[in-house]
Design a binder for this molecule. Structure first.
Ligand code: SF4
Length: 113
């Protein structure tokens, strides 16, 4: 395997059996060095690393699923769905505020007629 602009490729990520995270099969980061998505810190080289990871996420076809999963499972570290730790905290707060102001989101087909 050769290096890419985003790091050294690693063996392909295998989603768990049962289809729970099947969206991982289409992940833009699949095969890339996972360390890129876990920057050393918010400044200096870590900041550049995070920017590179977010650039991968911006073109990822499963970005929405990834970000939702990271929020739902309260991932504390790393870049998921193009969001770093701080951005996920802000997204979580926005979601809670929205629910408080507008009530829980209605699922399709559950609207009262
Ligand atoms: S959004 Fe980013 S971290 Fe999530 S699967 Fe896509 S490339 Fe990977």
């Amino acid at each position: 395997m050769s290096d890419t602009p985003f790091g050294t490729p690693r063996p392909r990520l295998q989603p768990p059996a049962g289809g729970a995270l099947t969206w991982l099969e289409d992940a833009g980061c699949r095969g890339l060095d996972t360390e890129l998505f876990f920057p050393a810190g918010p400044k200096g080289p870590g900041r550049r690393q995070a920017d590179e990871a977010k650039a991968v996420c911006r073109t990822c076809p499963v970005r929405r699923q990834c970000g939702s999963w990271a929020l739902a499972t309260a991932q504390e570290y790393g870049i998921w769905g193009g969001m770093d730790e701080e951005e996920r905290v802000m997204a979580h707060r926005r979601g809670r505020l929205s629910t408080r102001l507008n009530g829980p989101a209605q699922k399709k087909g559950t609207d009262a007629q």
